[in-house]
Ligand binder design. Structure first.
Ligand code: SAH
Length: 244
């Protein structure tokens, strides 16, 4: 994945993508990420990136010129056709696993525009191929939202996670929530790890995990079951759960 994040607060993005799995992905060349300070495209000695809103009202609005120039520079000369421009905004469709899969396979450069203050001059929207929201709440800036999108998408790129930390069994991957995880000790404060996991019987462990993934999904996110591809065994396990 090849990304460029345009922001007035590069440090927030760098902190979020500079460690752990994303750091490794960058070192392996599986994630290329450039963080660009929109302020470097401002003019004049005050380097002003925001201004008062036309029509009055509270707060400041990010000026269009530096953002237009930053996007054009990031896209490289020929407009934004070679790139996919994503405007982080609470007004966009909510980010999802499906979108993460799509972005992890994107061959074009991804340009993320992060707003601050009351938002960005509306004319910037004409540069964007899409808006993307982290959810129905308002952040103070798009940086953490863009970092979350980059992190969730990057971990789906083959080779980013080791075999033993594969994303394939995580929640949402197969349309279900993940099964519960346990580690040592086998008993803690009277709470025992389920027998099946201690059995060493791989078929039993697999069946237990599938059943518990179905249980978690039924209890916490029953809406997901409608879209999930269920096998005959899944249906039998669901029947068992319903009869418990
Ligand atoms: N006045 C705007 C919100 C501005 S918040 C409105 O109500 O629509 C400032 C910036 O934070 C936005 O420009 C956007 O880039 C970012 N932001 C805030 N909430 C977000 C969310 N849920 N998802 C993605 N970006 C968000």
């Amino acid at each position: 994945m090849n990304c460029e994040v345009l922001t007035l607060f590069p440090g927030i993005v760098e902190a979020a993508v500079g460690d752990s799995i994303l750091k490794r992905a960058r070192e392996k060349g599986l994630l290329n990420i450039k963080i660009t300070d929109i302020r470097s495209f401002t003019k004049g000695k005050h380097k002003t990136a925001d201004d008062v809103p036309f029509g009055g009202g509270p707060g400041m609005v990010m000026k269009p010129e530096p953002v237009f120039e930053a996007v054009e520079a990031a896209a490289g000369g020929d407009g934004n056709k070679a790139a996919r421009v994503i405007l982080m905004s609470p007004q966009g469709p909510a980010f999802s696993h499906a979108k993460a899969v799509e972005l992890s396979r994107e061959t074009r450069k991804l340009i993320f525009i992060c707003g601050r203050y009351e938002g960005i001059d509306e004319r910037v929207r004409t540069l964007a191929d899409e808006e993307l929201s982290l959810g129905d709440f308002v952040l103070s800036g798009g940086e953490l939202a863009a970092a979350a999108v980059i992190e969730a998408s990057t971990r789906l790129i083959p080779g980013v996670l080791g075999d033993d930390e594969s994303a394939g069994q995580d929640s949402f991957c197969e349309g279900l929530l993940d099964y519960p995880h346990y580690t040592r000790p086998a008993e803690y404060r009277g709470m025992k790890v389920p027998e099946a996991l201690l059995s060493g019987n791989h078929a039993e462990i697999r069946r237990w995990r599938r059943k518990e993934a179905l249980r978690a999904t039924m209890q916490k996110r029953p809406d997901l079951l409608e879209g999930a591809a269920l096998t005959d065994e899944d249906r039998r396990l669901i029947e068992e759960l319903e009869n418990e």
